[in-house]
Design a binder for this molecule. Structure first.
Ligand code: URA
Length: 240
C-alpha cells in the first residue's frame, strides 16, 4: 500500500497532513528516511517508524460502548450528541460507525467499528444473531404474552415480527410493572417497544445486554467504551 495511506490509517491525519509530515524527514521505512508519499510499503512486513518509534498497522477497530440515554446511534448529527462523539480524540477515526441502532433513550451494548462485514454479519436477519434486551414494562407481563412472543407477533402497524424468547424476571402486580428479558434476532425500528405495544404494554426502560455471544461488560460505566479483546472478537466472528 502507499506510505501516505498507511500513515493516514495509522492515525496521522489526512493525506495532506501526512504529506507535510513526510517532508520533515521523520518517517523511516526499514531505517531509511522516506519522504515520498507515493512510495509503497508492505504493511505487514516493512518496518515503518515515526521518530524511531515503530508503527503497527491495524485495519479494523472494534470497541464496546455502554451507550447512555440521550445520545444517538449515528456518526454525526446537527442537534444531538452521537455515540461517535463519545470517543476520545485519540480513538476517533472518520470511518468508525455503530453496529445497528439503539434508540436515543435506550442504554446498553453498542459495538463501534470500521468493519462493514462484521456489521453486516451481526445485523442481517439471515444470520440469526441473537440480541438480548432487559426492559422495565408498565403492565403485568403474562404467560399469554410469552406464548404470543414465542409465536411471532403482528405489530400494530400490521408488520409481522419473528418469534422472540421472553423471560419474566419480576412482576409487581400492585404497581402493575414487570421486568423482563427478551431475545430477538431482528432489528426493526423500535422493535422491542412495538412488540410490547402489540400486547398493550409499554417499555419504560430498555437496555441491550448481548449481541450474539458478546455480553455488555457491566464494569463499563454509562458512556464509557473500550476495545474488544481478542477473545470477544472471536465470539463475534469465530473465523478471525
Ligand atoms: N428495540 C427498541 O424498541 N429500541 C431499541 O433501541 C432497540 C430495540
Amino acid at each position: 500500500m502507499r506510505l501516505d495511506k498507511f500513515l493516514s490509517e495509522t492515525g496521522f491525519g489526512s493525506r495532506k497532513e501526512v504529506k507535510k509530515l513526510l517532508k520533515q524527514g521523520i518517517i523511516t521505512v526499514n531505517n531509511q528516511v522516506v519522504k515520498d508519499a507515493k512510495s509503497q510499503v508492505n504493511e505487514w512486513e516493512d518496518q515503518v517508524a515515526y521518530d524511531g518509534e515503530p508503527l503497527h498497522y491495524q485495519k479494523y477497530f472494534y470497541y464496546m460502548l455502554h451507550k447512555p440515554q440521550g445520545v444517538i446511534s449515528a456518526t454525526e448529527d446537527k442537534y444531538d450528541e452521537t455515540v461517535i462523539d463519545l470517543l476520545s480524540d485519540e480513538d476517533f477515526r472518520e470511518d468508525l460507525f455503530p453496529v445497528g441502532r439503539l434508540d436515543k433513550d435506550t442504554e446498553g451494548l453498542l459495538i463501534l467499528t470500521n468493519d462493514g462485514q462484521l456489521s453486516h454479519r451481526l445485523l442481517s436477519p439471515k444470520k440469526h444473531v441473537d440480541k438480548e434486551y432487559f426492559a422495565r414494562i408498565s403492565g403485568v407481563v403474562t404467560e399469554e404474552d410469552i406464548k404470543l412472543f414465542a409465536q411471532g407477533l403482528m405489530l400494530k402497524s400490521g408488520e409481522a415480527v419473528k418469534p422472540g424468547k421472553l423471560v419474566v424476571d419480576a412482576v409487581d402486580e400492585v404497581k402493575g410493572e414487570s421486568e423482563i428479558r427478551l431475545v430477538i434476532q431482528e432489528g426493526k425500528f423500535h422493535q422491542v417497544k412495538r412488540m410490547f405495544e402489540a400486547v398493550d404494554k409499554q417499555v419504560v426502560y430498555l437496555k441491550r445486554l448481548r449481541m450474539g455471544e458478546l455480553y455488555l461488560d457491566e464494569a463499563l460505566e454509562l458512556g464509557d467504551y473500550r476495545p474488544l479483546t481478542a477473545t470477544e472478537l472471536q465470539l463475534l466472528e469465530p473465523s478471525k
